[in-house]
Write a new protein. Structure first.
Lengths: 387, 199
């Protein structure tokens, strides 16, 4: 029902402007014999005057706002107000947006974009933010433009009323979202701090070779720098230990060799940008879009292979991060038939897959080395993305 | 009030800028924003001309008077000081309709047209009338039935879920705006100044 209303109204809005532009002259020309072209030009002349008239007012308002933002005063205001707002149940993540909204349209749009990217569109924080954005206006800008256009300098109670309305809009956005999406509150509060574990502390027999911490990766660059340990969230890490246990039982001569676990979104962005030769639509097969976030970014996915005790990797048919169909588990049967993969290589992959899926991990179609502890949606509800 | 807020923001910015060492950024922001303000205004010219031209046709063909009369019961309560067949009412209605439908580009020129017409009724040309304040407050509380296109683009499929919350929140803020202006306009400090020496 609501879906239909949304589709209908959004659909309708596409036609309103062209229809108005056509129907108004139509009515005038056909029913009232108005000289539509001449009166259009006559009216349009005012456009220039009004636009020029608002310039001094806009300069005054925008300069003050710009200075206030650039000085860092806005941030200080936010940090001092955060504890107070938390006390009344106002999510601190949404505070910058609430304060920015009356001041700057582009500034608040930027903040909203950040919120949605960081928390995902399904999160309560993003929903509150989007509702706030939609239910308030850039009061200072509107005031400057509207009053400026007719030369009003004494604004009387307009600003006070506008700001009080904004306050009510912001508070009711929080209130209604919490009322309607109470379910997601639990999941967003669930994990506020990032709790990760070093998998080698949990099970020293798992071998780790962080490829992005060396030049041995497709970027040929050391992205992680000093980081040599591999981290995962607690539950996925425990699942990995379980997989290691299964491996020891079935193939005591083999070891799990981990290439990557928790990967911050900033690294994700570098990987994404490094592959900019691949069109966007195909790129997601190899690297998750950092905007959406990979399960790696939540610390719930792991890249790994099998090796012998001396560190020698088993032949899996391709290297780690081979971006191409040869690495696709989904195509193994046909690649075998074409002779591009051998029985042995596919057999090695199967051993890896068997112990991992037995421990609860799931595979993906395009990378033999990648395993997810949970589905994307489950991960997003459980954990927060690590920047 | 705007005097204090405007000065306060710049004053605090300079003090904080000096204390935090961001003073260069403050200088740069002041210069950049002055430029941005002009760019915004210049960018408005074309779209303003388009809508004001169309509005002129609507006006000359009597369309605006028809719309204004149809919705008189509401506007007479919101803007008791504006004569019921004044062209300002027509522009106000069209501005609100554009806002409701999320047509920000159309709403601004129509709103400015309304302001111009309200100004005709204003005895003190540099001071906002009650009707102007009411009109502005309604505009800043963002009445709308349609989610802004940017929000839909950013939220994707989740946009449908916030449709109801947005309508409720924006409805409450608009009602608040209307009640607040009615309340504040009676305050002594916001009183309309009595006419004095300048005509």
């Amino acid at each position: 029902m609501i879906d239909n209303i949304v589709i209908f109204t959004n659909e309708l809005s596409r036609y309103i402007i062209p229809l108005m532009l056509v129907m108004i002259p139509f009515y005038g020309l056909v029913f009232k014999k108005v000289k539509v072209y001449e009166s259009f030009v006559e009216g349009a002349k005012d456009g220039f005057d009004i636009a020029v008239r608002i310039i001094p007012y806009l300069v005054a308002i925008l300069v003050a706002i710009g200075m206030f933002r650039a000085s860092g005063a806005l941030e200080i205001l936010l940090t001092t107000m955060a504890p107070l707002l938390q006390y009344i149940g106002f999510p601190p993540e949404n505070l910058p947006l609430a304060l920015m909204r009356p001041l700057s349209g582009s500034g608040s749009l930027g903040l909203l974009t950040d919120l949605i990217n960081e928390h995902g569109p399904d999160s309560l924080i993003a929903k509150i933010g989007a509702t706030m954005f939609g239910s308030t206006e850039t009061t200072f800008y509107v005031l400057a433009v509207y009053f400026g256009s007719v030369g009003i300098r004494k604004t009387r109670h307009a600003l006070a009323a506008g700001l009080i309305a904004d306050l009510v809009g912001v508070l009711s956005a929080v209130f209604f979202c919490q009322l309607f999406f109470a379910q997601s509150i639990a999941s967003s509060i669930h994990d506020h701090e990032i709790e990760v574990v070093n998998i080698q502390e949990l099970d020293p027999t798992i071998m780790v070779d962080l490829r992005y911490s060396s030049k041995n990766n497709f970027l040929k660059k050391d992205i992680y720098g000093d980081l040599e340990e591999c981290f995962l969230r607690k539950e996925p890490a425990e699942m990995l230990c379980l997989a290691n246990k299964h491996l020891k039982e079935s193939h005591p001569e083999l070891r799990l060799l981990v290439f990557d676990g928790l990967r911050t979104r900033s690294v994700q962005k570098k990987l994404w940008d490094a592959l900019d030769t691949i069109p966007l639509s195909e790129r997601t097969q190899f690297v998750a879009n950092p905007k959406k976030g990979s399960i790696h970014n939540y610390g719930a996915a792991v890249d790994l292979t099998l090796s012998l005790e001396n560190g020698l990797e088993l032949d899996m048919g391709t290297n780690y991060d081979h971006f191409g169909e040869l690495a696709f588990p989904a195509l193994e049967d046909s690649l075998l038939a074409l002779g591009r993969l051998t029985d042995k290589q596919i057999g090695n992959r199967r051993i890896l897959r068997e112990v991992m899926t037995k421990a609860g991990f799931s595979t993906i179609d395009s990378e033999w080395w990648h395993f997810d502890a949970f589905s994307y949606n489950e991960t997003k509800n459980k954990y927060k993305i690590v920047e | 009030m705007l005097n204090y807020i405007w000065f306060g923001m710049m004053f605090i910015a300079v003090i904080v800028g000096i204390l935090t060492g961001n003073i260069d950024a403050v200088t740069q922001a002041a210069i950049d924003m002055a430029k941005t303000a002009v760019e915004i205004a210049i960018g408005l010219i074309g779209i303003m001309a388009l809508w004001l031209g169309t509005m002129k046709i609507a006006e000359e063909s009597g369309l605006i008077r028809i719309i204004a009369r149809a919705i008189r019961p509401i506007t007479i309560r919101l803007f008791p000081d504006v004569p019921e067949d004044h062209p300002a009412i027509g522009s106000i209605i069209l501005n609100m309709a554009a806002n409701l439908l999320g047509l920000g580009n159309a709403a601004t020129p129509l709103g400015l047209k309304a302001m111009e017409e309200l100004q005709e009724l204003n005895p003190e040309k540099d001071t906002a009338t009650n009707a102007m304040c009411t009109f502005l407050a309604i505009n800043t509380s963002s009445v709308q039935l349609i989610l802004p296109a940017t929000v839909v683009a950013l939220m994707g499929a989740a946009a449908n879920q916030i449709f109801i919350t947005t309508i409720l929140a924006t409805g409450l803020s608009t009602i608040t705006a209307i009640i607040t202006v009615r309340f504040l306009e009676k305050f002594k400090r916001f009183e309309m100044p009595t006419r004095n020496e300048h005509d």
